[in-house]
Design a protein around this ligand. Structure first.
Ligand SMILES: *Cc1c(COP(=O)(O)O)cnc(C)c1O
Length: 381
């Protein structure tokens, strides 16, 4: 694709995605299923193309946060099973059924509503039962002293007409931090699974492991893993690098194109609020990327972008649609030059400086920034 007329764009390298998928797949036992996370527009990478690519590569399932995300995948022709990880409002249950989406269910009351709606539609809704083993987010709370009641409730849910209870899952709160806490969560999960087996309920797919557990805890793989971040080439924590053998490759890079280069004398203030004043005669490049594209304003005067292979500091505040770089030390910079906004290392550094994690910066790259898929011939969605 021709990027010369784009102000700022995100390059999505599907070869890197394939490499990451195969690298992760190679860590799993043959019979373990692979669910690829496609929520939040596939972590900013473009859900339709990512969904199709994962389908072609052999993923077993995809997951999204809400029905509208599942709808986007189905409308683009994705056939794989899709798990909706968030609550679905009553009015949208018929849409779930129509799209053939598998729904997370976290309490008996919701299960009853799903069951009634499925019966009204004359269909069966596949559900995955969520357990809260220590994340304190969604799910049946598996707490000491109430195990029997909770298991009874879940068993009742599983027997509701119109539902097929295909899966049981939980989510780790600290898999990139505490092994002890993670294993305590995992033990609760196994106890719940056993209590349900005693009640004659066996789930086809039990799953726990997101990225950090996939990298570190093979014992938690069970029937399926649910990686997101690692699929896109980033690590949940610095210490987890290298656990996957050949290493993962970042799938996304964000680039922009220098709009203008101007020579400004020493003492000139730059951008809103005059937070920067030039300390020498300078060459300042204007780059058309700003917080309106998802680039954090908190990186004003702190981060760099790379032009002609050289890191150039951001001068002054990041504006909505533009920011300024000091290119005084880079000979020959001119309008039309590419500025690398994020590559692997730059995105990690930007996340640290902005006080956040790569997940957030990837999700923040907003729809104004076109996604360009590489290699081009793979991008047909
Ligand atoms: C987002 C999410 C994942 C994936 O997490 P990563 O850290 O990106 O691997 C897995 N499971 C659930 C329930 C999630 O919400």
């Amino acid at each position: 694709m021709d990027t010369t007329r784009m102000r700022t764009w995100a390059e999505i390298d599907l070869t890197a995605l394939e490499h990451n998928y195969r690298t992760l797949r190679a860590m799993l036992p043959r019979e373990c299923r692979f669910l690829g996370l496609c929520k939040a527009n596939a972590y900013g990478h473009g859900a339709a193309v990512i969904g199709h690519t994962l389908e072609r590569l052999g993923a077993d399932m995809l997951a999204v946060a809400c029905v509208s995300e599942a709808e986007e995948l189905r409308q683009s022709g994705v056939k794989l099973p899709i798990l909706c990880l968030g609550e679905t409002p009553e009015e949208l249950i018929p849409l779930l059924l129509e799209l053939d989406v598998t729904q997370m269910v976290e309490d008996l009351e919701t299960g009853r509503r799903l069951s009634a709606a499925a019966q009204r539609a004359g269909r069966t809704l596949r559900v995955h039962v969520k357990l809260d083993t220590g994340m304190s987010r969604l799910g049946f709370l598996w707490e000491a002293g109430r195990e029997e009641e909770t298991a009874d409730e879940i068993a009742r849910l599983c027997r509701l007409p119109g539902l097929e209870a295909e899966g049981l899952f939980t989510h780790f709160a600290d898999a990139d931090g505490s092994e002890a806490y993670t294993m305590a969560q995992f033990d609760r999960f196994l106890a719940a699974r056993a209590a349900l087996e005693e009640r004659g309920i066996a789930f086809k797919i039990c799953h726990c492991a997101s990225s950090a557990a996939v990298l570190q805890y093979p014992c938690t793989y069970l029937d399926m893993v649910r990686p997101g971040l690692v699929l896109y080439g980033w690590y949940p924590a610095e210490e987890l690098k290298g656990l996957d053998g050949p290493g993962l490759e970042p799938v996304m890079a964000v680039k922009s194109r220098v709009a203008a280069v101007r020579s400004l004398p020493k003492g000139t203030p730059v951008s809103y609020g005059r937070t920067a004043v030039l300390e020498r005669d300078s060459r300042i490049a204007v780059v058309p990327v700003g917080y309106g594209d998802g680039y954090p304003r908190s990186l004003s005067n702190r981060m760099v972008m790379r032009v002609r292979g050289v890191e150039c500091p951001i001068v002054g505040r990041v504006c909505m649609d533009m920011c300024m770089l000091d290119v005084t030390d880079v000979p020959g910079v001119q309008a039309g030059d590419v500025a690398v906004v994020y590559d692997g290392p730059l995105l990690e550094r930007a996340a640290r400086l902005a006080g956040t994690i790569p997940y957030e910066l990837m999700c923040d790259v907003n729809p104004r920034v076109p996604r360009v898929y590489l290699p081009e011939d793979r991008a047909e969605a």
